[in-house]
Design a protein around this ligand. Structure first.
Ligand SMILES: [Zn+2]
Length: 95
């Protein structure tokens, strides 16, 4: 499997370390249900079959975090972008 790093270009997946789901957001620690929300954020994960947005760390390259669109059934890798860019709101995102 090859991953297209936005900085380094196409690289073998062995150069990367997988972290997990890139769609999770940290809960508000001041919320009344913060303990339950943090439990779910830390321990509960979906196991999607199909398109998935994942965080990968380019450990043997530029050492940056990359958001990778990958199909978990076929391992086909789609568009990638730096995680810092992914944290910024995109045009059309709900606020
Ligand atoms: Zn890189």
């Amino acid at each position: 499997m090859r991953i297209d790093c936005p900085y380094c270009g196409s690289r073998d997946a062995h150069e990367f370390a997988y972290l997990g789901d890139a769609t999770l957001t940290r809960p508000d620690p001041a919320a009344p249900n913060a303990a339950e929300a943090f439990h779910d954020w830390v321990y509960l994960r979906d196991n999607p079959a199909g398109p998935h947005s994942e965080l990968w760390y380019h450990a043997s390259g530029c050492r940056r975090w990359v958001v990778v669109a990958r199909d978990t059934l076929t391992h086909a890798v789609g568009p990638t972008r730096f995680a810092c860019a992914a944290a910024e709101p995109r045009e059309g995102d709900a606020r």
